[in-house]
Design a protein. Structure first.
Length: 341
């Protein structure tokens, strides 16, 4: 069962993970959600990789558990400061695998990215352990520093959201999610279409006019769904990674779809020196392929399911419903008619 009342945030003792906790708590407070803070560790890699807090003897589960409790205590304090209800959870196992499994039960997971090491690098550094590539729910990756090592500021309110789109299902889903997210905050939405190898994209060109016409058709349903949302459409003659990295400098959140393999995967889980997440200076909201496919499966129409037929029925009489209620709950019948006792 999906817990749509809580945001999950992963912590590992790094400042980046505490910053992710702050972002997640701020969003949870705004959206009226609770926060679940998770610290996952695997003993074979615990001392060398998982935690920043201490370096304890490898294989010492008691020490690892104690460190995890300390990490969670600090993260919970961050949530408490913002007045957000938060629960804490320790999970033993490979963090990447743990969070992929947990992603089946949440609508959003937040992790931090400090550039070198930490949760985000473990999840995003290789295809085999990529959380955005294999997660079943959207992932927000919160940056700790920029490329120059300067600690990035996070705003309490979100006023500008950017989304990179293409014609894929995950690109369209990313656009839909970005619109709902921006609308929740009363923010402005910039929809960006990057066309790196298209010539003749001048403002007055027929090529630009043709692309903009198609672009307007794609974005049109959003405006109908969110009539009060300000939506700007931009076509950029550049690569998606360059366009969205640039957008991260003056937007509070950048939303992007991930195909899992190929396409945006080169951006999301490729080289840490080139990937969007490693260069973005605002949180990156990733919409994974598996999430989109799972949504489609849950949204399957009744008529598409074999053996299901919709029928019209008459409303039962009061006597019939009373008879059923007295059978399934005799105490209710007695309390409703005390004179029959």
């Amino acid at each position: 069962m999906i817990n749509d009342k809580a945001i999950l945030v992963g912590v590992d003792g790094s400042h980046a993970s505490y910053k992710a906790t702050w972002w997640a708590a701020n969003y949870a407070k705004h959206a009226g959600l609770t926060l679940q803070i998770v610290c996952a560790y695997s003993l074979p890699s615990y001392a060398a990789v998982s935690f920043d807090a201490t370096y304890t003897a490898m294989g010492d589960d008691n020490a690892a558990h104690s460190d995890a409790q300390e990490i969670l205590s600090k993260a919970k304090a961050i949530a408490d400061e913002q007045g957000v209800e938060a629960s804490t959870l320790i999970v033993t196992g490979d963090p990447a695998s743990v969070f992929v499994e947990l992603s089946r039960n949440y609508n959003l997971i937040v992790i931090g990215n400090r550039g070198k090491g930490g949760l985000a690098e473990r999840f995003l550094g290789t295809t085999s352990s990529s959380l955005p590539a294999y997660a079943y729910c959207p992932i927000v990756v919160v940056p700790y520093t920029n490329d120059e090592g300067e600690v990035m500021h996070l705003n309490n309110r979100i006023t500008k959201v950017a989304v990179g789109i293409d014609e894929s299902k995950w690109g369209i889903k990313a656009m839909e999610i970005s619109a709902a997210f921006a609308n929740t905050w009363g923010a402005e939405l910039d929809v960006i279409l990057a066309l790196p190898n298209v010539k003749g994209l001048g403002d007055d060109s027929d090529v630009m006019a043709a692309y903009m016409e198609d672009f307007t058709t794609v974005v049109g349903p959003l405006q109908k769904s969110y009539p009060d949302l300000t939506i700007n459409k931009t076509i950029v003659s550049d690569t998606a990674i360059n366009a969205l990295t640039k957008a991260s400098k003056d937007h509070d959140v950048v939303v992007v779809g991930s195909r899992g393999r190929g396409g945006f995967t080169g951006l999301i889980v490729g080289s840490t020196s080139q990937g969007l997440i490693q260069h973005a200076v605002s949180p990156v909201y990733v919409v994974p392929r598996k999430y989109v496919e799972a949504e489609e499966s849950r949204a399957k129409k009744l008529e598409d399911i074999s053996g299901v037929k919709q029928v019209e029925v008459h409303t039962a009489t009061h006597e019939q419903t009373s008879s059923i209620e007295s059978t399934i709950d005799p105490q209710r019948e007695a309390s409703s008619h005390p004179e029959t006792r």
